[in-house]
Design a protein around this ligand. Structure first.
Ligand SMILES: Nc1nc2c(ncn2[C@@H]2O[C@H](COP(=O)(O)OP(=O)(O)OP(=O)(O)O)[C@@H](O)[C@H]2O)c(=O)[nH]1
Ligand SMILES: [Mg+2]
Length: 425
């Protein structure tokens, strides 16, 4: 089984809490504030490791979390930062947000990485809140909670050469005779259900990575057969071997149909260098009937045609050499989209929404929004100054006015994140 997709849950570390603390000195009843900041939580980073070849290990390891930051201490001691978690993925991994399907990164090559979840900021200690008017602040921040998100990982094979064609053309047979791969081969269509990779050694000791792609049929671009799932694998291969079945009713028509499917799926594929290969030359119908026709048609359309028998080995080495030569002439594989190396939330953090809700304490209000909920989570409610600061921010963000417009009354419960407040004038 070839695992080429995975769903994982990543959690960055929470920021450590800031501390409220005052210096104790002889003969000084109340020294200055000395509560340290909390350390930042660790990020979750996805990074390419070329030694990793599949997403298989994510079947067992679904939840990946980075370490939280440590709390701030007395004497202005800052809490230590949480360790980031570096998750190794194979080259060719495409990372998406599972909820929105937004493309976060296309990790094609060694050295590429993406921060998938940023660690929470450390809360500030009370030493940071000292001012000329308040020299003994009893206020500190709690650490910012880490981020949790589901991601989908999808592996685009990075094979040099894709072997494509209708079912039964002999694609798997070719892979099995040129490499150590042992794909299933049978005389019925759709034998191959997942792409198989194999490495072929050429006479001159150079190597080629080939992918045997499951058979394509008419309508594949729209999901017919197994097609759609695997067309995306073809996008990454740089040279196509388009294999025609010399025993088919009309290999020429097959060729035209599959080329059309490629173009419909992604126009770029239609321009990919393609060697048209007639297989089963050991059969008379192939060598006598179809080969002259295919040579002529390929020439008319500006394609290069070759003929082989995967079973007898006739023409196979020449085909590999030609594919290799084309690769050498081509530029290296490029990544789809590197314009967004970091995953950032797109929403407006300051936006909020006010709704009527029923709480345990009776009918009330719910305020939701990224910034205000984060702030509520970071507030030490047991300190009146911290609560007062929260109130000032509610005013500044326009939330107080919006609640009053909506008809909030003193005594009403107001829910913000996990916190239930009682409204007062
Ligand atoms: N005579 C002859 N038969 C061949 C040749 N190559 C493959 N075959 C036969 O063709 C049939 C299909 O071969 P596969 O390699 O399974 O074909 P495939 O293209 O991988 O098919 P799917 O996986 O179903 O898309 C098998 O019965 C093979 O033995 C050849 O060169 N000559
Ligand atoms: Mg096959």
């Amino acid at each position: 089984m070839f695992y080429d997709q995975a769903r994982i849950l990543v959690s960055s570390g929470d920021g450590g809490d800031g501390m409220v603390c005052f210096r104790r000195e002889k003969h000084v009843p109340l020294g200055g504030p000395s509560g340290g900041d909390g350390g930042p939580g660790g990020d979750v980073i996805l990074a390419v490791n070329p030694k990793v070849s599949s997403l298989l290990h994510f079947q067992r390891r679904v939840h990946l979390r980075a370490q939280s930051g440590r709390h701030g201490g007395s004497s202005n001691k800052t809490g230590s930062a949480g360790d980031p978690l570096v998750v190794e993925v194979p080259p060719g991994t495409v990372v998406r947000d599972a909820d929105t399907d937004e493309l976060l990164a296309d990790l094609a090559n060694e050295g590429q990485q993406v921060t998938a979840a940023r660690g929470g900021r450390g809360g500030r200690g009370n030493a940071r809140f000292a001012s000329s008017t308040n020299q003994a602040p009893r206020i500190a921040e709690r650490g910012e909670p880490g981020v949790e998100r589901w991601l989908t990982l999808e592996l685009k094979l990075i094979a040099d050469v894709g072997i494509i064609g209708v079912p039964n053309a002999g694609k798997s047979t070719l892979l099995s005779v040129v490499s150590a791969a042992r794909p299933k081969i049978a005389d019925y269509p759709f034998t191959t259900l997942h792409p198989n990779l194999g490495v072929a050694a050429l006479d001159d000791f150079s190597t080629l990575v080939l992918a045997d792609i499951p058979g394509l049929i008419e309508g594949a671009h729209a999901g017919a057969g197994l097609g759609h799932d695997f067309l995306r694998h073809i996008e990454r291969t740089r040279v196509l071997i388009h294999m025609l079945d010399g025993a088919a009713e009309d290999p020429l028509e097959d060729w035209a149909k599959i080329n059309q499917e490629l173009a419909l799926y992604n126009p770029v594929l239609a321009d990919r260098p393609q060697i048209v290969v007639l297989n089963k030359m050991d059969l008379e119908e192939a060598s006598v009937l179809w080969w002259p026709e295919i040579q002529a048609a390929a020439e008319r359309h500006g394609f290069e045609a070759m003929s082989i028998s995967a079973v007898t080995g006739q023409g196979v080495q020449q085909l590999l050499r030609r594919a290799h030569q084309l690769l050498v002439e081509l530029p290296p594989a490029v990544s789809l989209d590197l314009s967004r190396p970091e995953a950032r939330p797109q929403e407006d953090e300051d936006a909020f929404l006010i709704e009527r809700v029923t709480t345990e304490a009776g009918p009330g209000w719910q305020v939701s929004g990224v910034r205000i909920e984060r702030l509520a989570a970071m507030t030490y409610w047991e300190f009146s100054e911290a609560a007062a600061r929260f109130q000032r921010i509610l005013d500044a963000m326009g939330i107080t006015a919006a609640l009053e417009n909506a008809g909030v009354q003193p005594g009403d419960p107001v829910v913000i994140g996990d916190k239930v407040l009682e409204w007062t004038d």
